[in-house]
Design a protein around this ligand. Structure first.
Ligand SMILES: *[C@@H]1O[C@H](CO)[C@@H](O)[C@H](O)[C@H]1NC(C)=O
Ligand SMILES: *[C@@H]1O[C@H](CO)[C@@H](O)[C@H](O)[C@H]1NC(C)=O
Ligand SMILES: *[C@@H]1O[C@H](CO)[C@@H](O)[C@H](O)[C@H]1NC(C)=O
Ligand SMILES: *[C@@H]1O[C@H](CO)[C@@H](O)[C@H](O)[C@H]1NC(C)=O
Ligand SMILES: *[C@@H]1O[C@H](CO)[C@@H](O)[C@H](O)[C@H]1NC(C)=O
Ligand SMILES: *[C@@H]1O[C@H](CO)[C@@H](O)[C@H](O)[C@H]1NC(C)=O
Ligand SMILES: *[C@@H]1O[C@H](CO)[C@@H](O)[C@H](O)[C@H]1NC(C)=O
Ligand SMILES: *[C@@H]1O[C@H](CO)[C@@H](O)[C@H](O)[C@H]1NC(C)=O
Ligand SMILES: *[C@@H]1O[C@H](CO)[C@@H](O)[C@H](O)[C@H]1NC(C)=O
Ligand SMILES: *[C@@H]1O[C@H](CO)[C@@H](O)[C@H](O)[C@H]1NC(C)=O
Ligand SMILES: *[C@@H]1O[C@H](CO)[C@@H](O)[C@H](O)[C@H]1NC(C)=O
Length: 857
């Protein structure tokens, strides 16, 4: 095979050699010589099968295969000036395309092609200097393309003698001076592209009379001034681009029936566009593209713009329009690009804008638009800029994360609210700039944590202890379960008569029968479950789930009202919180607020799953937290089974096999307590810094921190203060005993701030490390009455190690626990301004993360 192949190759090479040694003074010779002299191997161009130039792909010959009539040698890497006595001698050449090479100049004999050449394309080469007047020799030329070269100087006056020229492209050079009057001699011109040069002066007079056939005119990116060229005689022009010049005067003359593309952007056009009603002379039906941006137009928009039914691109941005309402554009159903930036728009964005289903770009920035952002669920939208307006209210969630094609949005400099966790810090920093208080500040990506490998290790360790524990817990449950079962029967029958009032920090009469009776037809009051909108629950289902809000299902008496436990159909295990009434907010406002809270998602927050507005009652539905709260786990029940200080301890049901419990061993590791602290800190940092407007929790305490089924800490009860009554809000703002910061005691009028949340968190952190209750516990070393004063005194005396819970002392680095106490010390500073921010606390807590060595302890 080897020798056969070689022989073949040799034969081919011989053939090629043969083909390159043409007879002198034949077209074949001129072409081959040209290629060779321009530095390209002829052999590399022929397909090797034939010796004749006429069979090369880039060459066309006449019928007799003697004369070359077309040479299309585009992008071959030809370089240098065209040599004499080569293609200049191709006497019948009609088409010469040498575009995309490195040609630097003409040969003097090239002008000899004048009598035959119809099309010359030297685009994208490196031709330098002035374009010689010899060009006038090309009397037959129909297409001249010298675009993207380095020609300079004035356009040659002899250009005007090319009376057959139909296509002229001189774009992307450095031609300067004026467009010569003689140019109007090119009476056949259909397409003129002079864009991207340095032409100045005005467009020659008589333009429209001379160039009757003109369809395409691009003079963009020059320095041409004066008025719009007279287009009155141009009956077939469809494309006009005068962008980026210094044209002045009125734009109205440009609106001709045939026009499809009008780009007059970046000029100095002036005048009122609304003054003249175009409808009489113009019907808008052909217009596809209109860009009048960056001019000095005044008055209002065209009143009859809505008739431009073919319009796809509309840009009127950056003009001097007078204050005006949003134009009626909903008929423009084909619109893909709408830019009304800086056009003095006032009033609201009409909801009809969502009818523009094809819209990809919408820029309404830098106006005075007020009101809410309407539903803009336009599937195709890619770019949305509403920045620098006076928009208020909530950014509709679909805009942020449901539109499949969205590439970028900008809501900066408005008065909008937002709370979502999905953005990168970069997005926060660029798309939501300059909101009130410069919020939201960059969300720390750590706040949006995904469970890492290190947590799995802990879970494994816990799982082992758990499995042993279940045996014991199971027995305990069984015992409680029997008790409960008999009792709950009794309660059900008596529930109306026997109604003990439960006392808690905020007393609330849990006589559900009165208000349940108020709800006229339970089956017509809907229950909204955010993630499962199709379930169609009603208040009746809530009644069933909670046995008519029976005390038997009462989980807790919170400050906001009683919490019941219920199993809704579809496997939804919920904590149902009936919010104390007294609120002045309307039903719609409450619903809106609850919807908003439902969207606030963070791995360390107890999610609001739904709500129900039943009569006067506002009911919030949360995910049920399997593992109780920190208060129970730390202080109440020896085994860490659930119940708060005020939860009735008899809420056990035998059928809750899913309840997980935490071993005393589980909770008595430094690692686990640190995890709870860090999770709660992340949740608070998210509310304070990842939400806009920020959310102050107002009641941070151990019983607000729950553990979910995966033993992740989750903060609950955030954001409810807006829904409950004002009087209660005051009550809540005062904080819970043991958790209220000193400033609350000093004055009645101090309201809750992020710093009072920090204080509450500091107390929780002390609890976690010392294992002591905030009030009324036994604080040995000192005659102190509160956890905070006791622990702070010892930390200050450098005796922090004395307060560490003996149960966790051995399970980790004592230095780190002491460091944790110092963080709590900072958080509980008397002066709010001395307390760190929750974001800083997250950072500090991460620094004292238990080391790998602690893991197996
Ligand atoms: C032109 O020449 C330059 C170097 O002088 C080279 O980098 C470039 O690739 C050439 N372009 C073409 C189209 O051959
Ligand atoms: C000019 O040449 C360029 C590059 O080959 C091409 O894109 C363009 O269509 C040509 N224009 C005319 C008018 O021939
Ligand atoms: C002129 O040539 C440039 C590039 O060489 C091209 O982009 C442009 O489309 C051409 N103009 C016309 C009208 O064909
Ligand atoms: C036009 O450009 C030429 C060459 O750059 C310059 O000499 C001339 O002053 C300019 N004319 C105007 C009116 O700007
Ligand atoms: C008009 O020309 C400018 C500059 O050359 C260009 O950016 C713009 O896209 C053109 N407009 C249209 C509609 O083609
Ligand atoms: C423009 O003309 C149309 C039709 O003649 C008329 O209905 C409309 O009111 C006019 N608008 C203005 C602003 O003159
Ligand atoms: C608008 O004018 C064009 C050209 O004159 C005509 O073909 C078309 O039917 C007109 N359209 C309307 C809606 O009047
Ligand atoms: C809107 O038009 C202005 C002015 O031309 C421009 O600066 C801005 O980038 C455009 N907006 C979009 C989204 O294209
Ligand atoms: C928004 O409204 C305020 C108060 O009315 C006003 O001072 C401000 O200029 C407005 N901002 C914009 C961008 O219209
Ligand atoms: C922002 O909106 C809120 C209500 O939504 C209003 O109370 C507040 O005054 C607004 N701020 C500004 C600067 O317009
Ligand atoms: C959003 O708009 C503001 C104000 O115009 C600007 O400062 C910021 O850079 C824009 N962000 C993005 C991502 O374009």
């Amino acid at each position: 095979m080897g020798t056969g192949f070689l022989a073949c190759l040799l034969a081919v090479v011989m053939l090629l050699r043969c083909s390159t040694s043409q007879q002198p003074n034949t077209d074949e010779f001129f072409v081959a010589d040209f290629i060779r002299k321009m530095g390209v191997e002829v052999a590399s161009l022929s397909d090797g099968s034939s010796s004749s130039v006429c069979s090369w792909k880039m060459v066309s010959c006449d019928d007799r295969k003697e004369k070359v009539i077309a040479l299309v040698a585009s992008g071959l890497g030809l370089s240098g000036p065209i040599p004499e006595n080569t293609i200049g001698k191709l006497s019948m050449l009609k088409t010469l395309d040498l575009s995309g090479n490195n040609i630097t100049g003409f040969s003097s004999d090239i002008w000899g092609l004048g009598s035959s050449l119809r099309s010359l394309n030297l685009a994208s080469n490196q031709m330098k200097g002035a374009l010689p007047n010899n060009l006038g020799n090309f009397g037959e030329l129909e297409s001249l393309n010298l675009s993207h070269n380095d020609f300079s100087g004035e356009m040659p006056v002899t250009l005007g003698s090319l009376s057959s020229l139909r296509f002229l492209n001189l774009s992307g050079n450095r031609f300067e001076g004026i467009i010569p009057d003689s140019f109007l001699g090119c009476r056949s011109l259909v397409s003129i592209d002079l864009s991207g040069n340095r032409l100045n002066g005005t467009v020659p007079d008589g333009f429209s009379d001379a160039l009757k056939n003109l369809r395409f005119l691009d003079l963009s990116g020059n320095e041409i001034n004066g008025r719009l060229p007279d287009l009155s005689g141009l009956d077939s022009v469809t494309y006009l681009n005068l962008s980026g010049n210094s044209f002045q005067g009125s734009v109205l003359g440009v609106f001709r029936e045939t026009m499809q593309v009008i780009d007059l952007s970046n000029n100095q056009f002036q005048g009122h566009v609304s003054q003249v009603n175009l409808s009489s002379s113009y019907n808008w039906s052909s217009l596809v593209y209109l860009d009048l941006s960056v001019n000095e137009l005044s008055g209002e928009f065209f009143h009859d713009l809505g008739r431009a039914r073919s319009l796809r691109h509309l840009n009127l941005a950056f003009n001097r329009f007078s204050h005006q309402n949003f134009p009626m554009l909903e008929q423009l159903s084909g619109l893909e690009y709408l830019n009304l930036s800086k056009t003095s728009l006032t009033g609201q964005i009409p909801t009809e804008i969502s009818k523009l289903v094809g819209l990809k770009t919408l820029d309404l920035s830098q106006n005075h638009i007020t009101g809410h952002i309407p539903d803009l669920s336009i599937k195709n939208i890619q770019v949305l800029d509403l920045s620098t307006n006076n928009l208020t209210g909530e950014i509709p969630q679909p805009l942020l994360d449901e539109l499949p094609n969205m590439i970028s949005f900008n809501f900066s400099y408005n008065n909008l609210t937002l709370c979502a966790a999905k953005f990168s810090p970069q997005t926060f920093n660029t798309a939501f700039v300059g909101s009130q208080n410069d919020c939201p500040i960059a969300a720390n990506p750590d706040l949006i944590r995904t469970k890492g490998a290190k947590y799995k290790a802990l879970k494994l360790a816990l799982a082992i202890t758990l499995s042993v524990f279940f045996l014991i817990a199971g027995l305990v449950c069984l015992a409680f379960g029997f008790r409960k079962r008999t009792r709950s029967w009794a309660v059900k029958q008596l529930s109306i008569k026997e109604e003990p009032s439960v006392s808690g920090p905020f007393s609330f009469q849990t006589d559900s029968s009165t208000w349940v009776a108020d709800v006229k037809s339970a089956t017509s009051v809907p229950v909204v479950i955010f993630e499962k909108p199709l379930l169609n629950f009603t208040f009746a289902d809530l009644l069933t789930a909670t046995s008519h809000f029976d005390r038997g299902t009462l989980l807790a008496e919170g400050k906001f009202g009683p919490v019941y436990r219920g199993f809704l159909p579809g496997g939804i295990h919920a904590a149902v919180k009936v919010l104390v009434h007294g609120s002045t907010v309307t039903e719609q406002e409450a619903a809106k607020e609850l919807e908003r809270l439902g969207r606030i998602k963070h791995p360390n927050l107890v999610p609001l799953t739904g709500y129900c507005l039943a009569g006067d009652q506002r009911i919030a539905i949360y995910d049920y937290m399997e593992n109780g709260n920190l208060q129970n786990l730390l202080h109440d029940l020896p085994l860490g089974v659930q119940a708060t200080e005020d939860w009735s301890t008899d809420t056990w049901e035998e059928d809750t096999g899913t309840i997980q419990s935490i071993t005393t061993e589980g909770l008595t590791t430094w690692r686990f307590r640190h995890k709870i602290a860090l999770g709660a800190a992340r949740a608070l940092a998210f509310l304070h810094h990842g939400c806009y407007p920020q959310i102050v929790h107002r009641d941070v305490k151990a019983s607000s921190i729950y553990l979910d089924s995966a033993l992740e800490p989750r903060l609950s009860d955030f954001g409810l203060s807006r829904i409950v009554g004002a009087s209660l809000e005051d009550e809540i703002s005062r904080g819970s005993p043991g958790y209220a910061p000193p400033e609350f005691c000093e004055s009645e009028n101090v309201s809750a701030t992020t710093k009072s949340d920090v204080y509450g968190f500091g107390v929780v952190l002390f609890e976690l490390i010392t294992g002591k209750k905030p009030l009324g516990d036994d604080y040995p070393e000192e005659r102190e009455t509160t956890l905070v004063s006791w622990a702070r005194t010892l930390v200050r005396k450098n005796q922090a190690s004395k307060v560490i819970d003996p149960k966790i002392r051995e399970t980790g680095s004592e230095t780190r626990m002491e460091e944790g106490l110092r963080i709590a010390y900072l958080c509980t500073a008397d002066l709010p301004s001395k307390r760190p921010s929750m974001q800083q606390i997250v950072g500090l807590l991460k620094d004292i993360e238990p080391m790998a060595a602690d893991l197996l302890k």
